[in-house]
Write a protein that binds this ligand. Structure first.
Ligand code: FMN
Length: 453
């Protein structure tokens, strides 16, 4: 049985403990100050003792492919070289940092964000195949705005090569690993998904193996990453599309995801993060309450209308949000069964995240007395918006404050930074900081400042 404070090896990279910050949008963009914003966001987490920090999804192409406002692009080697200050800051605290690489494909902002679309009318979305009928119906109804460009075979290889080149820039900048955005309806998930992938070349599905095309694309990315960045660890999220809506018959099953994870480890991936998601971008990845406060924030209402294409549409999205908040099971550690099933099949670390809030849950996932461990590392996402220095408290045995209320998530569609917007939690964090709860043994001074208070 592993303990949370024990080191673990991921592809030759020693991570000092088994607690990680799951990838979350930092909304740092690429402008002046982007590196500083990332340091402000991520350094407190490493300073609080978190062993592994995953920087959020960063886009590998120079155009399109952003799933949300202000995402950072990493196609430019000069920009990535500047991130050395960030990796150095994390390493100074003894932590490790992996960069998550992404391309949104049909989940790009140009599809759903009315303001962005009108400023960038020329943008196309990289597509695996002709979009599924469900998205075409929404497009025809004017609710989304598709202009897909289906990648030909040589473009798929070129895109895999681009992931590899960016991994090389990241390795040069001091990143310890690459994490692929393989879920959350990213382009990588679209390759794996039988709903999106109808290709008939080598990147299409095989009879009996719906994820075969995605697997081969991920294998091509693996080879490209190894070509440019031999000594970094390589990790990917692996989607089980078990939270797909009932009207989507073609989706990756639990067993498909276990098989895919196992094949990817056999192909050389150093660790996997199995996650139960939908085929679309919805609340299945951020299960929790309807974010009432965020939707009713008077200063953001105009921004929501601009993003969704008018106040009526913003209200429709809010209604959908309300229905989904009821729909998804929010059991703490909701990916645990999937992770456990994968862990039984692979000889590599399995990372588990999703709704984990209590120290006891972390300990149980790493090695329950009654069941085999679900994971080798445990991660949290939203709790780090609420408490950037959460590691200190968790490693000392306490629980996270985050109540999964999701008030942090919706404002991001308006380009707002990710932070906790629930006053009771912000007040409690301030009270804990004043009591020194975020200090670690050996901290020279009271560092409550970087906790965001
Ligand atoms: C605002 C927000 C942004 C996220 N961004 C990413 C991302 O960039 N890449 C990714 O793989 N997952 C992303 N996720 C999913 C998280 O990594 C995590 O799986 C999810 O939040 C569930 O964990 P939690 O309950 O501890 O928050 C994001 C989640 C939230 C709330």
């Amino acid at each position: 049985m592993a303990r949370l404070d024990e080191p673990v090896d991921i592809g030759g990279v020693t991570v000092p403990n088994r607690l990680y910050r799951a990838p979350l949008l930092e909304c740092a963009g690429n402008g002046e100050g982007a590196v500083e914003t990332l340091i402000d966001e991520l350094e407190p987490t490493a300073a609080s003792g978190v062993g592994l920090v995953f920087q959020g999804a960063s886009v590998v192409t120079g155009e399109g492919g952003c799933a949300a406002p202000n995402m950072t692009r990493v196609h430019d080697p000069e920009f990535v070289a500047g991130l050395e200050r960030l990796t150095g800051a994390i390493h100074d605290h003894g932590g490790r940092i992996f960069l998550q690489l992404a391309q949104g494909g049909l989940r790009s902002m140009a599809v759903w964000h009315a303001g962005y679309r009108s400023q960038n009318p020329q943008l196309e979305q990289l597509a695996v195949s002709r979009p599924p009928w469900q998205l075409r119906v929404l497009d025809r109804a004017g609710l989304i705005d598709l202009s897909p460009r289906v990648l030909d075979t040589s473009e798929v290889y070129e895109l895999a090569a681009q992931f590899g080149r960016v991994a090389g820039y990241a390795a040069d900048a001091g990143y310890d690993g690459i994490h692929l955005s393989g879920a959350n309806m990213s382009l990588l998930q679209q390759f794996c998904s039988p709903l999106f992938n109808r290709r008939d070349d080598e990147f299409g599905p095989d009879p009996g193996e719906p994820a075969a095309g995605g697997r081969r694309f991920l294998e091509a990315i693996h080879d490209a990453v190894r070509e440019h960045a031999d000594d970094v660890a390589l990790v990917t999220k692996v989607p089980a599309e078990t939270a797909a809506p009932a009207f989507v018959r073609r989706h990756l099953s639990f067993d498909d995801a276990v098989g895919l994870a196992s094949d990817l480890v056999a192909a050389g991936y150093d660790a996997v993060v199995p996650v139960a998601v939908s085929t679309f971008w919805d609340m299945s990845i951020v299960r929790g309450a309807y974010p009432d406060r965020a939707w009713s924030a008077a200063d953001l209402r105009g921004e929501y209308a601009a993003a969704f294409g008018g106040p009526l549409r913003a209200r429709a999205v809010s209604l959908l949000n309300r229905l989904q908040a009821r729909q998804f099971d929010r059991e703490p550690g909701w990916n645990a069964d999937l992770c456990r099933a994968v862990r039984e099949r692979v000889d590599a670390p399995v990372l588990c995240e999703g709704g984990i809030r209590e120290r006891a849950t972390c300990d149980r996932l790493l090695g329950g007395a009654d069941r085999p461990p679900a994971a080798d590392l445990v991660g949290m996402g939203r709790p780090f918006y609420a408490e950037p220095r959460l590691g200190a408290r968790l490693l000392a045995g306490a629980d996270a404050l985050c109540a999964s209320c999701n008030n942090c998530t919706v404002p991001q569609v308006a380009g707002e930074p990710g932070r906790c917007r629930t006053p009771a939690i912000v007040r409690e964090r301030a009270r804990l900081a004043a009591r020194g709860a975020y200090d670690r043994p050996g901290d020279a001074t009271d560092e409550s400042g970087p906790s965001g208070d």
